[in-house]
Every structure is written in structure tokens, then in C-alpha cells.
Design a protein around this ligand. Structure first.
Ligand SMILES: Nc1ncnc2c1ncn2[C@@H]1O[C@H](COP(=O)(O)OP(=O)(O)OP(=O)(O)O)[C@@H](O)[C@H]1O
Length: 302
């Protein structure tokens, strides 16, 4: 596989007038990798994607796709780049089939095999006019056009918005297969359970800064977790509250609930000394971890 990053962003900043949308963003996505940009509304995800497709000029910094400058080489990049913008829209009377044919003509890529294959998997009826399609079905057409020319890199702005669980599964399988063939995916999403299944790495944008970049396990591993014990007789919460990593220990009757970060070992050892009857707990999912991360960050910033 090529060592040139599929996507590289260095020192990227963007201001809209006095509003700062991005600051000092650095990011690399490798060929064969699915990278998900997470972040609250207005964090800068769409702006990042729009800089890469040269729809937005950065205030500072640079971006490259497949080793080519996102702005200077934008024409050459277009042949190898697929893009699903947020709110993909076309003329209401055009059928999906006509939209794909038109995109194929514009791209001078006349093999519609990939786009038709994706549309079929997503159960999209290509003979219905755009104006009659539901939100999710419009999104499916947007996805089919993004992959139409077998690009090396795709940028997908909230690709599963409006998708039912069946379509989400098809998208997941499609993206994983695409990455397995060496394609690179940069997507933005609020559908965190889906990101958890699909993405190799995630980045968290907060107020325009890429505050965290790592695997899903990196993010969930740092999150608050919960464990609940019941004991044969009441146990004072103080024996847990002072253990390293424990943020909260709440008792009710013979049960104690602890919220903690890091390894659970110390909690289990102390609990074992007090005649435990049951222990329950679970791993945080990416949704919990994301909310925890954002709230923790905001509290520290206050
Ligand atoms: N054309 C524009 N003019 C002025 N401000 C803009 C423009 N586009 C985006 N912004 C601002 O830039 C910031 C980042 O917006 P962006 O759309 O990139 O966020 P996002 O993370 O994609 O949000 P969402 O999750 O809501 O889609 C926001 O404060 C937004 O209001």
C-alpha cells in the first residue's frame, strides 16, 4: 500500500468573518482507513470536509489529498475523490437514474456499475423522481453518486442521516469493503453506534479544535464507567470513594454504585473484602464516551 497519506491536513484554520470555525487542525488519514470526525453541532466538521473539496478556502494551513494540494490541484483531485455533501439535492423532477447518468457524463466516467450496485444494495428505486423520494432515499442517491467513479478517497458528511437500520448495515459493510480494497474514508457523523462499528479511528472536534484523535477504544477507555455491588450487609461508601480513579461512590442499603475511570482492579479487590453478593457493570459505548469527553472538556475550560 502507498505510504502517501490519502488525506493530510496541517495547521488548518478557518474563520468566517470574526467567527472562528477551525483552529490548528492537523490530521492524517491513510489509504484503507475509515476515519470519523465527531463533534457537537457547529464544531467544524462540515467546514473541514469543505476545505478538502476546495469549496472553502482556509484562513491558514494546508490540506492535501493523495499527495496533491487540495486547492492548487483540485481539478486532478476531483477524478479520484468522491464527496457526499450535507443536504445533497438535485432538481425534483429528475429520477435517480438520470442523476447518476448526469454525474457520469460530468465525470466522463461511463461505467455506472458501482453506483447501480450500491443503489441496489440500499434498495433505492432509481426510477422515482428526486422530489418524491424520502429523506433517507435521497441520501442513498447522494451516496451512490459519491462512489460512482470508483474514487480512491471519499468524504462523507453525515452519510447515514435518515437511514433505517437496514441501510445503516449496508453502508457499514460497503465502507468496510471499500477500505479493505485500499479506499480512504473521512466521514462526519452523529450516529455514534455506527461509527463505533465502522471507523478505524475517530477525531473529536470541539469549537474548531481537534482535541482528541485515536481509536474508538482510546476514547471509550478514558470514559467514566460504572460498577454496582450488592453486599450481604451495608458497606460504607468511603471505602470506595478514595480509591484512585473513583469519581463517585453512592450507597443505598446494601448496594454501592461507583463511577470510575481506568482499571477496575482496585474496586474489585476492596469489594472482595466485604462479602459481595452481586457485581454488575458494563463497558461504556462510544455515545457515552463522547458525551463524557465533551462534558469533561467543557468543565475543565470553565
Ligand atoms: N458560511 C458560513 N458563514 C458563517 N459561519 C459559518 C459558515 N459555515 C459555517 N459557519 C460556522 O462555522 C462553525 C462550524 O460549522 P460547521 O458547519 O463546520 O460545523 P459542524 O461540526 O459540521 O456542525 P453540525 O454538526 O451542526 O453539522 C459554526 O460556528 C458555524 O456557524
Amino acid at each position: 500500500m502507498s505510504t502517501t497519506p490519502a488525506i493530510e491536513i496541517a495547521g488548518l484554520a478557518k474563520s468566517y468573518g470574526r467567527r472562528r470555525a477551525l483552529s490548528e487542525v492537523d490530521l492524517r488519514v491513510r489509504p484503507g482507513e475509515v476515519f470519523a470526525l465527531l463533534g457537537p453541532n457547529g464544531a467544524g466538521k462540515t467546514t473541514t470536509l469543505r476545505v478538502l473539496v476546495d469549496l472553502v478556502r482556509p484562513s491558514a494551513g494546508r490540506a492535501w489529498l493523495l499527495g496533491m494540494d487540495a486547492h492548487l490541484d483540485s481539478v486532478a483531485i476531483r477524478e479520484r475523490l468522491g464527496y457526499l455533501p450535507s443536504g445533497f439535492a438535485v432538481y425534483p423532477e429528475m429520477t435517480g437514474r438520470r442523476v447518476l447518468e448526469l454525474c457520469a457524463e460530468l465525470r466522463d466516467h461511463h461505467d455506472l456499475g458501482t453506483a447501480h450496485d450500491l443503489a441496489r444494495r440500499l434498495e433505492l428505486d432509481l426510477d422515482r423522481p428526486w422530489g418524491e423520494l424520502s429523506r433517507g432515499n435521497r441520501q442513498k442517491l447522494g451516496l451512490a453518486q459519491a462512489f460512482l467513479h470508483d474514487p480512491d478517497v471519499v468524504l462523507l458528511d453525515e452519510p447515514s442521516a435518515g437511514f433505517d437500520p437496514l441501510a445503516q448495515r449496508v453502508l457499514h459493510d460497503w465502507l468496510r469493503a471499500y477500505a479493505a480494497r485500499g479506499g480512504a474514508v473521512l466521514l462526519s457523523s452523529h450516529a455514534l453506534s455506527e461509527v463505533e462499528r465502522t471507523a478505524d479511528r475517530v477525531g473529536v472536534l470541539l469549537d474548531g479544535r481537534l482535541e482528541m484523535c485515536g481509536t474508538v477504544a482510546d476514547l471509550t477507555g478514558a470514559a467514566l464507567r460504572e460498577v454496582q455491588f450488592t453486599f450481604a450487609t451495608p458497606v460504607p461508601t468511603a471505602v470506595f470513594a478514595n480509591l484512585p480513579g473513583v469519581r463517585e461512590a453512592v450507597g443505598a442499603g446494601t448496594s454501592v454504585r461507583c463511577r470510575f475511570t481506568g482499571p477496575v482492579g482496585a474496586l474489585l479487590r476492596v469489594a472482595a473484602d466485604h462479602d459481595p453478593v452481586t457485581v454488575t457493570g458494563g463497558e461504556p459505548d462510544l455515545g457515552d464516551a463522547f458525551v463524557d469527553y465533551v462534558e469533561g472538556h467543557r468543565n475543565r475550560a470553565r
